[in-house]
Design a protein around this ligand. Structure first.
Ligand SMILES: [Zn+2]
Ligand SMILES: [Zn+2]
Length: 413
């Protein structure tokens, strides 16, 4: 129903023997939000949120405008989704197909489940598996009539400093719905990215500048704090905005982390900024400032950009994906920033680093090697080329029947 040959608005309806499940129901946040094909709550028996990112969770409350259904996810996914969705409701106001009332109604129908906990409806069942992508993030197995479907959601088979690797102990499967985000690109080795990032941080601070790191509030901000702590970084690290609320949620779920102590030490080592006046004080002395939004769209990042971009001692480290049409992409491509309506050249040094929470090309193929059975494969959640090429390659290398579906397409197994 969405994320067909594009990243954003993920939604997959799985019909099995009179029972129907909705896997994800997201929004795509471009200049204007866009949505997956419409699903009514009467058509489905349960909905599942794989993880909190809005391209997977952001349209779920619209199921509660006229009716309701049970929504399943892990406890951290519900906490994080609610935080991100309510923030979007505040920012978008009239632009969304639902309001705060629907978000609250959704939370009344929230059913928390753990990994590998089987939920049965009629002749069909589903369970979540750890995906290594964000805290509480999951892939989904659906089983019915002796057939098994695996939907990766967003997956990181290798995990990260904070998260364990994805659980790919699946047995034989009959259908695979796989993300394709980086199927055509390899990321720089993670250790290498970390080394370069920390080096840049020292360079900037040694010349008495401040390093500003706009980062997604969920996962990336915390990952950067862990990377700095791990490298024994000597200077002050500041975290701001929604990242702090996410820290609080993450600290409540140590069992979902690879190493809860390292995580707690890292985020507690940072100074947490709360509110405008504290924020102003932070500009005085050299530090690393980690703050959402990752693509510089809104959030306290806008404040920091305005105050730090015009001094050449400062640095800006882009560590998140920069979507088309975003201020982050513009900064990267043109070196320009808009400050109070004026287009200005950024004087601070801008660099980009690769810290993806997704499988890259090599690890997607590593994952494919672990797939057992002879599944039909649908490649989704990637741009047109990433989806179509990936499907061709899966067919060539593994002999599976694979293609990149169009939105609304029905595939039977
Ligand atoms: Zn995601
Ligand atoms: Zn996604």
């Amino acid at each position: 129903m969405g994320a067909a040959r594009e990243v954003g608005r993920s939604a997959f309806q799985v019909n099995c023997d009179g029972v129907s499940f909705l896997l994800d129901y997201g929004v795509e946040l471009g200049r204007e939000p866009s949505y997956p094909m419409k699903v009514s709550p009467q058509e489905i028996n349960a909905a599942i949120i794989t993880h909190a990112h809005l391209d997977h969770s952001g349209n779920m409350p619209s199921l509660f405008s006229h009716g309701s259904t049970d929504v399943y996810a892990t406890p951290p996914t519900f906490d994080l989704s609610r935080l991100l969705i309510e923030d979007m409701v505040r920012l978008e106001k009239e632009g969304l197909p639902y309001a705060q009332a629907e978000v609250s109604k959704m939370m009344l129908h929230a059913k928390e489940i753990g990994y590998k906990e089987k939920i049965t409806r009629g002749n069909a069942s589903f369970e979540l598996r750890e995906s290594g992508h964000v805290l509480g993030g999951a892939s989904v197995i659906v089983e019915s009539q002796g057939k098994k479907l695996f939907y990766t959601g967003d997956i990181n088979p290798r995990g990260s400093r904070m998260l364990r690797e994805a659980d790919l102990d699946l047995g034989e499967i009959d259908m695979l719905i796989t993300e394709s985000t980086y199927s055509q690109t390899d990321q720089m080795d993670r250790r290498e990215s970390e080394r370069k990032f920390v080096e840049f941080a020292y360079e900037v601070l040694d010349r008495k500048g401040t390093l500003f790191v706009p980062a997604f509030s969920v996962e990336r901000s915390q990952e950067i704090a862990v990377v700095l702590k791990n490298a024994g970084f000597k200077h002050k690290v500041i975290m701001d905005g929604m990242a702090i609320k996410v820290n609080e949620i993450m600290l409540r779920y140590p069992e979902y982390l690879r190493d809860a102590k390292v995580f707690a030490d890292s985020v507690n080592h940072a100074v947490w900024v709360r509110g405008e006046s504290e924020r102003r004080k932070m500009l005085g002395e050299p530090a690393v400032i980690i703050s959402p939004a990752g693509m510089l769209v809104g959030g306290s990042a806008v404040f920091y950009l305005q105050n730090l971009a015009l001094d050449k001692r400062n640095g800006i480290a882009l560590v998140s994906y920069q979507g088309e049409g975003t201020p982050g992409r513009k900064l990267l491509e043109t070196g320009k920033v808009s400050i109070r309506g004026k287009e200005l050249k950024a004087e601070s040094e801008v660099r980009q680093f690769e810290f993806s929470g997704h499988a890259d090309r090599t690890s997607l193929f590593e994952m494919m090697k672990k797939i057992q059975g002879n599944p039909k494969v649908l490649t989704i959640h990637g741009d047109n080329e990433s989806c179509t090429k990936f499907a061709e390659e899966i067919h060539e290398k593994f002999g599976f029947d694979a293609h990149a579906p169009e939105a609304g397409e029905v595939v039977t197994v």
